[in-house]
Structure formats: C-alpha cells, structure tokens
Design a protein around this ligand. Sequence first.
Ligand code: HEC
Length: 191
Amino acid sequence: MKMKLLTNCLITGLVIVVLSCNKKGTTIDPCASINYTITYSKTESVGTSNNGTITIQAPRGDTINYSLNSGSFQSSWYFTNLAPGNYVVTIKNQKGCTDTAQIIILNYGPKYALVKQIILGYCGPCHLNGGNDGGRNYDTDANIVAAKNVIKTRTVDGIPSFMPQAPNSPLSSVDKQKIVDWINAGGTTSN
Ligand code: HEC
C-alpha cells in the first residue's frame, strides 16, 4: 500500500514536471519584450517608370534585417524600383523576432510629381508638416489638388502678391511653367 502510494506520487510528479516544461516552452517568448516602432519615408512611383522607393528610418542597426513582401532578408533599409501598390516590409532582429509595416506606393502623374517637388522644396515650413499659414496646409495630395487654382494665383500670377516671406518667391519661370502645365493637363495626382 505504501509502495503503491509512492509510485502514484512519483508518476504524478513526473507528469507535473513534463507539463510545466511544455508550458514554459510555449509561454516564454523571446520576442515578448521587443516592440519596434517602424518609421519610414517613401517616394511615389511616377508615370510608368515603377520607380517608387521605401526608406526604413527605424529600427536600424547591425542586427536588423529587412524584407519586402516576404522576399529574402537583406541588411539594406532601402528599397527601390517599386511599382505602385501595397507593400509589407518585415523587419527581423538577431533573435528572429519580426515586426511589419504596411506601406502604399502611389502612382503620380509626371506633371504632378514635378509640382509636388516644388511644394516639398519651397512651401515649408509654413504649409508643411502641420504648417497652416494662411489656412493652407499641403501635407496631403488632396489638399494640394484642392488648392491648385489658388496656388497658381499666388505663385505663378502673383495676385494679389507673391508670397513675400518665402525664400524662393517668386518661383523661377521654369517652376511656374510646371504648375501651369499640371493644371492645364487636369490638375489631378495622375496628370
Ligand atoms: C515663409 C513662409 C511661407 C512659405 C515658404 C510659403 N508661404 Fe504661402 N503663405 C504664407 C503666409 C504667411 C500666408 C498668408 C498670408 C498671405 O496670403 O500672404 C500664405 C498664403 C498662401 C496662399 C493663399 C491662401 C489663400 O487662401 O489665399 C497660397 C495659395 C500659398 N500661400 C501657397 C504657397 C505655396 C504654393 C508655397 C510654395 C511654393 C508657399 N505658399 C510658400 C507663408 C508662406
């Protein structure tokens, strides 16, 4: 009787050890404490050239690798020659922990791409990164398209004046023409 109890005890003990081992194996996740915030910049694809780019700004470092749409992992945080579309960038650290970011590469028309360059180059900080001088913010394509006529009036025609404080005002005649050509072609992001 005594022996039998002892045998039962041992068996129970063994079962408990095995179970707790398994539990330990599944609950201790080496990636649990790792939480990346992925930040990136991108440039859109222009016309039919499939020349979009994605630049992962963080995380970076010797132990971080990057993959685009389940492609092989690479150490470079820069992806080029991208067609318009939806992308998933996966980052992986030395422990195999991964995180993903969804990124959309848009398709810009060639004329709009030139205008966007002018805006990004010359209209900040006053109208970019939240800047809203004169009630105008140009962070989104929708805002730029909606404002195209007043953009032309103030930067091409100078009516009632060119922007007095802006360092590149008035724009060069080449840049003014880019705005005119874009609006004449339709003034959307695909023109
Ligand atoms: C240094 C700051 C600064 C820069 C750079 C600047 N602006 Fe402005 N912008 C202003 C201010 C301030 C106003 C409001 C006063 C006024 O209308 O002159 C304004 C007003 C405007 C308006 C008129 C809004 C309206 O509803 O009448 C337009 C359009 C505009 N900016 C477009 C542009 C564009 C396009 C660029 C770049 C090519 C640019 N601005 C660069 C400061 C700036």
